[in-house]
Design a protein around this ligand. Sequence first.
Ligand SMILES: [Zn+2]
Length: 73
Amino acid sequence: MASRSLECPRCGGSMEPGYIVDVMYGHGSAAVPKWVAGEPQRSIWTGLKLRGKEQLPVTTYRCRRCGYLESYA
Ligand SMILES: [Zn+2]
C-alpha cells in the first residue's frame, strides 16, 4: 500500500502505518490478519471457509500521540 500520512481523528496526531500480527503460539509462525468479505462460515477442515472469498491484507495505522488504531483493507 502506498504510504500516506494520516491525521488521528481523535487528537490530530500523526498516524504511523503498521499491521497487527496474529501469532499462533506453539507453531512458531505468525500470520498477518486478512479482511474477508461477507460473513464467516465455519469449515470442519480449516476452521473457516475462505475459498472464493475476497481477501485483503489489513493495514493498521497507530496514532503516535494517543495510540488510536485505524484499520484499512
Ligand atoms: Zn491520536
